[in-house]
Design a binder for this molecule. Structure first.
Ligand code: CU
Length: 405
């Protein structure tokens, strides 16, 4: 297996091709001071090549920019943790704005998707997990990401933060080959939950996203979350759930194909993805990653903020036995949250958040309420909640019994 993205090209040429495909859609933005810039026409296949002048124009625009004024910012390091957990953070910011340093590696690893069927994937990940880790900042902070691509990687990678502004969400400035690293600093100007994902260009974009390379960035308002009347809302815990659609190639007998190394599934995967029918839609990387022994834990009276990311495909979370007391369906914390939703809609390519306070103990299933996807494709999690049962809310008046005919 050779490095696969654009075989036969040297690194410099490959970089031009791939960056070219990345910046193609942004050509118009750069065009204000650039001769011959014009919008792509018609249905837009990602071009294989972009003129050298356009790449240079981008570099010149960036080279002319004034340095950012970072006076008054405090540097802090945020240690990222694996989903479904959240890094240590403040809900209401104290002190002034910060530069939040985070570190991620683009790890390629073999993951079991479903133990029962033997389904597995050479996942492309941020820090080894699907989804990638939750990153948290406050509005007005900077996020300063060091992104490193290990030397033994097959692929080049980058990151597009939907929360950020410019350069394709940072994708054009973070494109790294195996053995490279890049540092990107961007200002969190909009509060909300936002998808981030790898987007290395052309067909590699859906390939990487559908191999797990996506996650959530949360930007909290400096004074914390609020209901629609300005009252503060706080949570006791975060449940960070990434829903991942996989398109795993199958053998003729219906079994799942296996591959020796990352990237060997490339052509088979593209063919499977073109059908638009996922073989799996799972929470946190695998069937059962958040059920049974791996269930999320809580207790009566606790408030959970459920953050749901889906970088590629629409979904509709539902907490069976509970509700979305406050729901930021499209993710923006500038908008008043909706209340008392039964099911909420997460657009493909976005994150959303819902807050609920548990009122009864027991097992709650958190599902994609396309129940075919929940039950047959894997999109189910469990909350196991401890506490006292409240008969005033629900009571089994008669236990199941045989009735007299
Ligand atoms: Cu990638």
């Amino acid at each position: 297996m050779t490095k696969l993205n654009t075989p036969g090209l040297g690194m410099a040429s490959r970089r031009s091709v791939l960056r070219g495909s990345l910046i193609a859609a942004g050509a118009v933005v750069l065009g204000s001071g650039t001769a011959n810039a014009r919008a792509p026409r018609g249905p837009m296949p990602m071009p294989k090549r972009v003129p050298e002048w356009l790449i240079q124009a981008e570099a010149e625009v960036i080279a002319k920019a004034l340095p950012a004024d970072l006076t008054g910012y405090t540097r802090v390091r945020q240690e990222l943790v694996a989903p479904p957990f959240a890094p240590a953070h403040e809900q209401v910011a104290t002190g002034g704005s910060k530069i939040i340093e985070v570190y991620m590696e683009t790890t390629e690893r073999l993951m079991t998707v479903d133990e029962d069927t033997g389904a597995e994937i050479w996942a492309l990940t941020f820090n080894g997990s699907v989804p990638g880790p939750l990153i948290i900042a406050h509005e007005g902070d900077y996020v300063e990401l060091t992104l490193r691509n290990p030397t033994d990687s097959v692929f080049e990678h980058n990151i597009d933060f939907h929360a950020s502004t410019g350069a394709l969400g940072g994708g054009a400035l973070t494109h790294i080959f195996p053995g490279e690293e890049a540092v990107l600093r961007w200002k969190a100007t909009r509060p909300g939950v936002f998808t981030y994902h790898c987007a290395p260009g052309g067909e590699m974009i859906p390939y990487h996203v559908c191999h797990g390379m996506n996650g959530t960035m949360m930007v909290l308002p400096r004074d914390g979350l609020k209901d629609g009347k300005g009252n503060p809302l706080t949570y006791d815990e975060i449940a960070y759930i990434g829903e991942q659609d996989y398109y795993l190639p199958k053998n003729e007998d219906g079994s799942y194909k296996t591959y020796a190394v990352a990237g060997d599934d490339y052509s088979d995967s593209l063919e499977a993805m073109r059908g638009l029918i996922p073989t799996h839609s799972v929470f946190n990387g695998a069937v059962g990653a958040l059920t049974g022994e791996n269930a999320l834990r809580s207790k009566v009276g606790n408030t959970v903020l459920m953050i749901h990311n889906q970088a590629n495909r629409d979904t509709r979370p539902h907490l069976i036995g509970g509700h979305g007391n406050f729901v930021w369906e499209a993710g923006s914390f500038n908008d008043a949250p909706a209340t008392n939703f039964e099911t909420w809609f997460i657009r493909g390519g976005s994150s959303g958040a819902a807050m609920y306070t548990f009122e009864q103990p027991g097992v709650y299933a958190y599902v994609n309420h396309n129940l075919i996807e929940a039950v047959l494709l894997g999109a189910t999690a469990h909350f196991v909640v401890e506490g006292e049962w409240d008969n005033a809310l629900m009571e089994q008046v008669v236990a199941p019994r045989t009735f007299e005919v």
